[in-house]
Structures are given as C-alpha cells and as structure tokens.
Ligand binder design. Structure first.
Ligand code: SF4
Length: 496
C-alpha cells in the first residue's frame, strides 16, 4: 500500500490500469486471524480509493465479486483480457509460494510480465547475497554492523554513535510496579472497515482469534499518527523494557507498527530517520534508539535476506527431528500455565504478542516440547497480524525453534521458568512454581529445559554459549537427573 512501490513508479494515468484483487487463496491458504484479514482487505480498499483520488484508474476486484477466480494469477489473466493489456508490471512477492505463482502469470495471461524488485527494503537481494557469500553460518550482529556502516544510520563518521554497536545489556529490565506504559490508541473502524468486518465474519468463521475490538490503522495517515505517538510517548522507554512482559499489558512500550510496515503503510527509511532525529534531539536515549534501529535495520533486513537467500529448502530443515503435534491449547489458551495462557490470550484478542512473548514463552515452549516445526510455523503465520512469510518463517523456524541447526542464530533460545519469572509477573498467579523443577507444583518449563539439553547433547554440548548449563546439568546427581527427565516425560504425556 505504498504509492511509491516499484510497480507504480512510472505509472501513466492516461494509459495504465492498476489492478488490485482480493482473492480467497491469499486469505485461506492458511487460516489467518480474522483481524489480520480485515486489516489487509480494509487497507487495500482504502489504498485503492487513495490511488483513484490521485487520478489513477483502479480496477478493484472484491472478494465477493461474481467471477472472482480466487487466485491472483487468475485475476491477472482476467484483467489482461478485460482491458486488452499489452503487458503487466508487478512488484515481487513476499513469499516463495506467490513468487513461484508469479512466474506462471506470463503464460497464463499471454502477455509479458515484468516483476520488479521491492526496493522498500534497505538491503537488496544482490547485496545480501554478496554479504552471505562464502559464510557457513550467518550472524545478525555482523550483518547489522555492515548495514549501519553502509547506511550511516546512528553513525558518527565510521564509528557507531555512542561508541558501541549494541546496548542489549541495558534493554532487559523487568517492568516495575509503578511504571504504567501509555496506552496504544485504537483506531475506530470507519464504514469501509465495518463492511470488511461483516464480510470476514461471514466468510471466515472458525478462524482462531477475536474480531471484536478491531483497532488497527488501515490508512497511511492513521498509521503515521500511531507511529508518531509511539516515538513521542513510548520510544523513550522502549529500550529499557523491550524484553519485559506483564499481565494485562500486551503492548508495553512496543511500537506495534510491524503490520503497517509490512503492508507498506509505513516506510522503513522514514522511520529510521525519525528515530535517529529523536535521539540526536535528545528526546530519546541511545539504548532506545539503537534497540529500535536494530529491529528494523538489523533483524528485519537480516531475516528477509536469509529467507530469499536460502529458498524453500530452509523450511524443510528439522535439526532436532521434532515431530510433536501442537497442544490444543495453542488454539484455546486453555492451560494452567499462566504465561502461555496470557501470551496466547493476547494473541487471540489482538493478533499480536510482542517479540519476547513470541520467542521466550510460546516459541521456547514449542522448542522444549519438540513441536513439529511445520505446525509451529503455520501457527505463527496464521495468528499474528504482521506475519508474512519472509519475516515469520526465519524468526520462528530459525530463531525460536533452531530448526535450521544454527544457520540464523548461534544458540537455541531455550530457557527455564526462571527466565519467565525474571522478566514478567506471570508466575505470580500461576499454579506452578518457577523455582521448583520436580513435584506436582514444579514449573513445566524447568524439567523440559533440562530434558531438551540432555536429549540434544550431541548437537549442542560443543556450543560455547551453552557450556554453563551443560556444566550445571553434569553436576546434578544421577537421581536428580532421572527425576527431572521423568518429570518432563510425565508432563509431555499430558499433552498427548
Ligand atoms: Fe509459566 Fe512456569 Fe511461571 Fe507458570 S511458573 S507462569 S508455567 S514460567
């Protein structure tokens, strides 16, 4: 939804027609959260109206239009015939499935199809490939420094601003009782969004997620206003509390703008410049500005690079041979593990959970129980409003599940209940105790953590970042180790 997107760059209002199509395949190839479908469709309808206001001819195919073929390729072919078009120009897809489909459009439509690179990203495919050339394992930190140097963002000459590349150590505070994060404003649905909500209710019943309370922005103006509120109200403390989790406060100091960025309602370069300006003006501390820049210029570009560089074989890796079905409570939130109930509940209510909830609670649990990576990937792709495959898959498959065997990250993000206790208030109302590992009240994460390390010793024991936990495991008496493993197995039986 960017007027400056590659496909529109040289559009001629007197000659060209802009095709936009709502197709069932894109909404149903996985069962997306209803709020995500509303967000996408309503943003598309608003964007079409904006293009028309700017003088362009838009051919907009609605989901319920008679004759809608249900696929983008089908709609391109129909539109070519309808308008007698001599050629098609599009911007590259955001996932392998659609990219493969696009390669067949030329044959189906019978006219040349030009697929342009999406230059809203800061690292073109060729630049990532050049960086990746010859590397056996990739590390975000190295890529990020290259990107900082190349773009000059948060740089003073050839040195990182403040003399350090990384302020992570200052970004791990628990939320104190007396700090109340400012609310993230909800955008009142207008008539267009109301119509889409009704359509989604009717067409996609039974998808996981609440539709009541939909409050996402669906226009660039609203997304930009929400972004500016974040910069002024929450960014100053974003760094301090970016890893914190708290009951009833799903958004904390997070930006909640990834859906807008991925949809093209916000622009990454503009956002980075705004954050840098806020720091240089003294409005936000460097640990907050750097923490945010790291997410957009670092992680986001890095995982996209890996997604396209690796190709579909990446998703078939399964380093730990994990094959357990996802427990039913991933769809209901009905579990007495308070942390999972809260994070899945946030996801159901908002199509959102912040990155530590996704990584260190839900992803950590899926990793420790040995959940089938395909099932976990699918779940993440379905339930989050910002989940498009190029960003979701490397984050889930590589970072959370380590299913790629360490290609993307240097260690699995496995953690016991102690981590969750340290970073949240979830444990305070849980029937389990985070400081117990064996017995009826023991936090399940604890025994699962030790079982995970014990089971994957061959693969992980040589990792220097895991040397300490392995030393601890090896110091346990045999009886203690046996009790932990038995505790874990008993818990896993309850999932089956
Ligand atoms: Fe989660 Fe364990 Fe804490 Fe309960 S005690 S909230 S299961 S980490």
């Amino acid at each position: 939804m960017s007027p400056g997107i590659a496909a529109l760059r040289d559009v001629d209002p007197g000659r060209d027609v802009v095709l936009m199509a709502e197709v069932a395949e894109e909404a149903t190839h996985v069962r997306h959260h209803p709020q995500k479908i509303v967000l996408f469709l309503s943003a598309m309808r608003h964007f079409a109206a904006e293009l028309e206001r700017s003088g362009l001819r838009v051919d907009y195919v609605r989901l319920d239009d008679p004759g809608n073929t249900g696929t983008l390729g089908g709609e391109v072919a129909r539109a070519v015939a309808r308008h007698g078009a001599g050629s098609v120009v599009t911007t590259e897809a955001g996932e392998w499935r659609l990219a493969a489909d696009m390669r067949g459009w030329e044959r189906a439509a019978g006219v040349p199809v030009e697929i342009r690179e999406d230059d809203r990203f800061l690292c073109p495919h060729a630049a990532f490939a050049a960086w990746a050339e010859g590397r056996k394992a990739f590390r975000m930190e190295h890529f990020y420094r290259v990107m900082r140097t190349r773009t000059g963002i948060l740089m003073d000459g050839d040195r990182p601003a403040g003399g350090r590349w990384n302020f992570d150590a200052e970004n791990r505070r628990r939320l104190p009782d007396d700090v109340e994060p400012p609310a993230v404003p909800a955008v009142e649905p207008d008539a267009v969004t109301g119509e889409v909500i009704a359509l989604v209710r009717e067409r996609f019943p039974g998808h996981f997620g609440d539709l009541d309370g939909f409050g996402y922005a669906v226009t660039r103006a609203d997304a930009e206003a929400l972004w500016e509120r974040f910069v002024v109200e929450r960014l100053p403390r974003f760094g301090d509390y970016q890893d914190a989790m708290a009951r009833g406060r799903p958004f904390l100091f997070h930006a909640v703008v990834a859906p807008y960025l991925n949809l093209g309602l916000l622009d990454a370069r503009t956002m980075l410049a705004r954050v840098e300006r806020a720091w240089r003006d003294g409005a936000v501390p460097l640990n907050a500005a750097e923490g945010f820049v790291r997410q957009i210029l670092g992680w986001r570009e890095y995982v996209r690079g890996i997604y396209w560089h690796q190709g579909p074989g990446y998703a078939r890796r399964n380093a730990f041979g994990a094959d357990r079905a996802l427990p039913g409570f991933f769809w209901s939130g009905d579990t007495d593990m308070a942390c999972l109930a809260e994070c899945i509940g946030d996801t159901r209510r908002h199509a959102y959970a912040h990155h530590i909830q996704r990584l260190m609670v839900i992803g950590n649990f899926a990793l420790l129980i040995g959940a089938d990576p395909d099932a976990v990937n699918r779940w993440y792709l379905e339930v989050y409003a910002d989940a498009v495959e190029w960003v979701q898959l490397p984050n889930t498959h590589g970072m959370a599940l380590h299913a790629d065997g360490g290609l993307l990250g240097s260690k699995p993000y496995a953690a016991s209940g102690r981590y969750i206790q340290r970073m949240s208030d979830y444990c305070e109302r849980c029937r389990y105790r985070p400081d117990e590992a064996v017995g009826p009240k023991a936090c399940p994460f604890n025994a699962l953590y030790w079982r995970f390390l014990a089971r994957n010793r061959d693969r992980l024991a040589g990792n220097p970042r895991l040397a300490m936990p392995y030393r601890t495991l090896d110091r346990f008496a045999a009886a203690r180790r046996d009790a932990l493993l038995e505790q874990a197995e008993r818990f896993l039986e309850t999932l089956d």
